[in-house]
Design a protein around this ligand. Structure first.
Ligand SMILES: NC(=O)C1=CN([C@@H]2O[C@H](COP(=O)(O)OP(=O)(O)OC[C@H]3O[C@@H](n4cnc5c(N)ncnc54)[C@H](O)[C@@H]3O)[C@@H](O)[C@H]2O)C=CC1
Ligand SMILES: O=C(O)[C@@H]1CCC=N1
Length: 282
């Protein structure tokens, strides 16, 4: 197998939904050729819709996708992973592609086991900003994965944003809470900010523009300056000024506790999925 991505590396996605769709769209915008990507969905109708939406070939034949793959990305819901993997085990053992799973919770060991054993498996926890090339992906590789294979997966996800590798698989639960799920927290915050603006007479469009472009500016400052978020906050917060009152209100309402509870709940669900779906007999 090639250990550098180029236009002859074939990448198949089992399941083309919200997450795989974002990765595929991002990859096509960032140097990958649509011809080297193949996706699958459950029905011919959804395959046709996905082909239309993402501009790559999407079929409803997982076995064919395995045959095509140097890299096989598993992107179905965690609850679908075991049955999907078991159905593909024989084909995977014949072809031995590098396996990449984006499923929350499911361990590399279970994935390898369901696919017949002894496979290089990389777990990736991406997020949907991959769609615009601003993804943040946490990655973990099992012991069978060679450094060149890790480099290859890194190149693939670096094409749609940033990558961060962890050495302990257990850390993937926390990665899910800080990257995979976290865009939704920021979207929820912006929804609340918009609601507060609209309640005070701004139109929905005005509130949307103010809140989203402020979020973009804040995100860019956090990533493009060397300042810590605390310093950036302090630079906005004039003593006895307006921001101070908003921040004091957040503190009074317990913002750290609120976020800590949300992160704990997210990790709890990831661990629960791992436990519920693990080690079922094949
Ligand atoms: N949505 C997100 O922001 C993130 C999702 N993930 C993970 O990505 C995976 C997919 O999540 P979403 O894209 O949100 O779900 P989704 O429901 O949007 O997509 C799943 C896709 O899999 C297809 N599918 C189901 N069974 C199939 C089968 N047997 N063969 C082929 N295709 C099949 C469905 O047609 C659908 O297109 C999950 O495991 C999730 O944990 C990871 C990080 C972030
Ligand atoms: O909500 C979920 O379960 C998936 C995994 C991380 C983001 N979305």
């Amino acid at each position: 197998m090639n250990t550098e991505y180029n236009s002859s590396t074939h990448i198949s996605f089992i399941g083309v939904g919200n997450m795989a769709g974002a990765i595929i769209a991002g990859m096509c915008r960032h140097g990958f050729q649509p011809e080297q990507l193949l996706g699958t969905t459950r029905s011919p109708e959804s395959a046709a819709r996905a082909t239309e939406a993402y501009g790559i070939r999407v079929i409803n034949d997982n076995a064919q996708a395995v045959q095509y793959a140097d890299v096989l990305v598993l992107a179905v819901k965690p609850q679908m992973m075991q049955d999907t993997c078991i159905a593909l085990a024989a084909k995977v053992q014949a072809k031995k592609p590098l396996i990449v799973s984006v499923a929350a919770g499911i361990s590399a060991q279970d994935i390898a086991h369901w696919l017949g054993g002894n496979l290089a498996v990389v777990r990736c926890m991406p997020n949907t900003p991959a769609l615009v090339g601003a993804g943040m992906s946490g990655l973990y590789a099992n012991a069978q994965t060679a450094n060149a294979q890790k480099a290859l997966v890194d190149q693939m996800f670096a094409a749609v944003g940033r990558t961060l590798w962890v050495d302990e698989e257990q850390a993937m639960h926390t990665v899910t809470a800080l990257a995979g799920s976290a865009p939704a927290y920021f979207f929820r915050f912006v929804e609340a900010l918009m609601k507060a603006g609209e309640a005070r007479g701004l139109s929905s469009a005005q509130a949307h523009e103010l809140a989203t472009y402020t979020a973009l500016g804040a995100a860019r400052m956090m990533t493009e300056t060397h300042d810590h978020p605390t310093q950036l906050r302090q630079k906005v917060t004039s003593p006895k000024g307006t921001t101070e009152q908003a921040i004091l209100s957040f503190e009074r309402e317990g913002i750290d506790t609120l976020v800590e509870h949300a992160v704990a709940a997210c990790i709890g669900r990831s661990e629960e999925l791992a436990a519920q779906l693990a080690h079922r007999d094949v």
